[in-house]
Design a protein around this ligand. Structure first.
Ligand SMILES: C[S@@+](CC[C@H](N)C(=O)[O-])C[C@H]1O[C@@H](n2cnc3c(N)ncnc32)[C@H](O)[C@@H]1O
Length: 233
């Protein structure tokens, strides 16, 4: 069962990523030149993707992996190249369309099943691995914790996700951001302090057989995000 706050935010994100931000995302996730601020974000995102990829086995043949909130699909392609059977899902039909166009036709033994929809859709089945890179950062901490738990319950090995770490600076930028009129502004990122998300996860019924693994914060100019690994016992 998802909460009203999750559903409301999901609706805002779908509109934002499918309409307002689609061109900016297409560009940010390509090789096209971008301004200096976006270049820091692009570099940070590359570092984050590489971190998450480094926490997955180099041989993923026979493994089923969910790219939860796949955007334009860069991570899905990398894991498929390692042989994984990937389900790549996103709320935005346009971003999924772009991801489909960009995916190389030859993925060796791997494959990607691109879907439009909610990453929590139970009809997608079970996985060995789940990766949610920057797709849960807009949900409030309790919803993030519930979503991670819901994903873990369908997963046998590990769930990797990122959160926006609540630091003094980010807290400040967040409150300043709230002073601007809504308009085209992105749905707010919901920063959460690491101890809080760890505590929330620790109290989730359903995560008793999971443990916290590696964590890594990436800070590159305007990009600040922290990866957390949960592994099943
Ligand atoms: C910041 S982007 C990151 C995309 C991709 N993971 C990457 O790192 O390039 C967040 C993405 O998560 C997707 N998203 C957010 N909530 C989702 C949900 N409940 N189900 C599926 N996709 C979701 C958005 O549509 C958006 O494309």
């Amino acid at each position: 069962m998802t909460t009203l706050s999750y559903q409301t935010r999901r609706g805002q994100l779908q509109t934002y990523f499918d309409r307002t931000a689609v061109d900016a995302w297409a560009r940010l996730t390509s090789d096209a030149p971008v301004g200096s601020i976006r270049a820091t974000v692009r570099a940070g995102r590359t570092a984050m993707r590489n971190t998450l990829l480094s926490w997955l086995p180099s041989d993923l043949r026979g493994a089923r992996l969910l790219d939860a909130g796949c955007g334009t699909g860069a991570l899905a392609v990398e894991v498929a190249r390692r042989g994984a059977e990937v389900v790549a899902i996103d709320l935005s039909p346009k971003l999924v369309g772009l991801a489909r166009e960009r995916a190389p036709s030859d993925l060796g033994q791997g494959s990607i099943d691109f879907r439009v929809g909610d990453l929590l859709d139970p009809s997608l089945g079970r996985y060995d691995f789940v990766v949610a890179m920057d797709s849960l950062i807009h949900y409030e901490a309790r919803d993030m914790s519930r979503v991670v738990t819901g994903l873990a319950q369908r997963t046998s090995s590990s769930v990797l996700f990122t959160f926006a770490p609540r630091t003094a600076l980010l807290g400040f930028m967040h409150s300043v951001g709230k002073l601007f009129p809504r308009g085209d502004r992105a749905p707010a990122i919901e920063p959460v302090a690491e101890p809080r998300i760890v505590k929330l996860l620790g109290s989730e019924p359903g995560l008793e057989l999971w443990q916290r693994g590696r964590t890594k914060r990436i800070a590159s100019g305007f990009y600040i995000s922290q990866a957390l690994e949960l592994t099943s016992l």
